[in-house]
Write a protein that binds this ligand. Structure first.
Ligand SMILES: O=P(O)(O)OC[C@H]1O[C@](O)(CO)[C@@H](O)[C@@H]1O
Length: 524
């Protein structure tokens, strides 16, 4: 049967945004949209209150203001509006001064390299935008990232900056200013600058919340500059704050176009007419496809290399926002939607086989970009370009999935430009907010991530006790069991073993391998 009549009925197109949304391949029944309309009207009301400055994040007693970043006039007070506008102006003038050479490095050289140090929401947005819009051969500053506390990963990036540190500007980004991975990256980079005989403080810029540890360090050490991160902007919705705008502006990307794109999407997606609101339509599709309970995963498949990191960006935005144990009433709901994906058609040669024939536990979001490339393409077959192939693979895969009852939505955008990225970011921020209202959860806190952080702190404490004990017991050997007993932590023997293995692999303790493996001994 032809898909055309259902497609015509459920195809949303907005020529001004250069965006289209096709929900026809989610098999919702005719009465579904009407059935959800009153819940959606409530979601619009919640969203309007949020945009007016309601405490939409009750657990943390915070406003949720990322929509004001691209429309400062909508901020609840004139002071906040001014702060947003002033910060944007400062970002633009700082970037211009770096580009013109008004601001120079510690050696009096122009900055040509940008090292961004951050993690989670303080890295994923900048990485997505950098990858989507960067032109390493033409960018005003070439960008690299420390987004982890992996020593080898850090060395890998530092190797690419070898000889270029005198021209490297480092932007350390942390809203809380206390994130261990970011602090470690900051110290590692500082050590590299020092080893190169450079005063790192003349290369360092901070983006952080007022009163944070990072802010204090930046003030004490007289870093080059500081930019604010407000408590009413969540990490995962911070791309359009200094977190994302500063690196992008330094790279030479048109940040005003990103903001304008987001603002334009906000205007459209504020509509309370569901059929005219792409964010609402998408939120409803998430709801239908996952039974409003995350029963299916969301596979993000952009058919465009430059959008490769969109799935990673959305993974945090969606999963940290929606992955919650309790709803707003305190009931245990264990909500969430799992997100993964890379890009088409590449993934067709990886996991699309399972999508087509395997377990039907997902729905796909295809992202189609109409513009192939700057300039013309030649024919790889008579009358056919590489871009025609890319579209062919997208449409072919979409049909192949539909034929085996796999659901999908498609988003079509005109190009990969700053404006389009703003549009996509704003679209998904709004979808997450509306969906959270539909399922009754707080999308703006992340209590779950604290457990892992606390446990990591306990491991570091244990590591210190282990090394202290081995040092003070020179000449003595221990098994994991005997060391845990000696430390009076027998319940932590597994952790003791893991720490000892890591220390041995890095030459900090001597290991004698025995059989069985758990009789192996360790000594300082
Ligand atoms: O910007 P910060 O405070 O360093 O946090 C980084 C990330 O860590 C998280 O809090 C999770 O641990 C994210 O929500 C956040 O984006």
């Amino acid at each position: 049967m032809s898909t055309w009549s259902r497609f015509k009925k459920h195809y949303y197109q907005n020529a001004d945004l250069g965006l289209a949304l096709d929900i026809s391949r989610i098999p919702f029944p005719d009465d579904f949209l009407a059935a959800k309309e009153s819940a959606l009207q409530q979601a619009y009301t919640d969203m309007a209150a949020l945009e007016k400055g309601a405490i939409a994040n009750p657990d943390e007693n915070r406003m949720v203001g990322h929509y004001w970043l691209r429309a400062p006039k909508l901020a609840p007070t004139p002071e906040l509006a001014k702060e947003i506008s002033d910060t944007l102006a400062t970002i633009k003038s700082f970037a211009a001064d770096v580009h013109s050479g008004k601001i120079l490095s510690s050696t009096g050289q122009k900055f040509t390299q940008l090292l961004v140090i951050g993690i989670g929401g303080s890295a994923l947005g900048p990485q997505f935008v950098n990858h989507a819009l960067g032109q390493p051969a033409a960018d005003k500053l070439v960008v690299s990232f420390f987004d982890n506390t992996d020593p080898d990963g850090i060395d890998y990036v530092l190797a690419s900056l070898a000889g270029k540190l005198p021209e490297t500007l480092a932007v350390v980004i942390s809203k809380s200013g206390g994130t261990a991975e970011t602090r470690n990256g900051q110290l590692e980079a500082a050590a590299a600058f020092k080893a190169a005989g450079l005063d790192f403080t003349k290369h360092y810029v901070a983006v952080t919340g007022a009163g944070s540890k990072l802010e204090k360090t930046a003030i004490d050490q007289k870093w080059l500059a500081r930019f604010p991160m407000w408590d009413w902007v969540g990490g995962r919705t911070s791309e359009l704050s200094a977190v994302g705008l500063l690196p992008a502006a330094l790279q030479g990307i048109d940040i005003q176009a990103i903001l304008d794109g987001a603002a334009a999407m906000d205007v459209i997606s504020r509509s309370t007419k569901t059929a005219e609101n792409p964010a609402a339509l998408l939120a409803l599709m998430w709801y239908y496809a996952t039974d409003g309970k995350g029963t299916k995963d969301m596979v993000i498949l952009p058919y465009k290399d430059r959008l490769l990191l969109f799935s990673r960006y959305l993974q945090q935005l969606v999963m940290e926002s929606l992955g919650k144990e309790r709803d707003l009433k305190g009931n245990v709901v264990n909500q969430g939607i799992a997100v993964y994906g890379n890009k088409g058609s590449t993934d067709q040669h990886a996991y699309v086989q399972q999508l087509r024939d395997g377990v039907n536990n997902f729905f796909v979001t295809f992202i189609e970009v109409l513009k192939d490339r700057e300039g013309a393409s030649f024919d790889v077959d008579p009358g056919v370009t590489t871009g025609d192939y890319l579209q062919g693979f997208y449409l072919g895969t979409r049909d192949a999935l539909s034929e085996s009852n796999r659901s999908s939505v498609s988003i079509t955008v005109a190009d990969v430009s700053p404006r389009t990225l703003g549009i996509l970011i704003a679209l998904y921020e709004r979808v997450v907010g509306l969906y959270a209202s539909l399922v009754g959860i707080n999308a703006y806190h992340q209590p779950g991530v604290e457990a892992g952080k606390k446990a990591a702190g306990a491991v570091i404490d244990l590591k210190l006790k282990i090394t202290e004990k081995l040092k003070s017991s020179a000449g003595q050997t221990f098994t994991a069991d005997s060391l845990a007993t000696a430390l009076a932590v027998p319940e932590k023997t597994e952790l003791v073993f893991k720490v000892l293995e890591h220390l041995a692999a890095n030459g900090s303790v001597k290991k004698t391998t025995n059989t069985p493996w758990f009789e192996s001994t360790y000594a300082s």
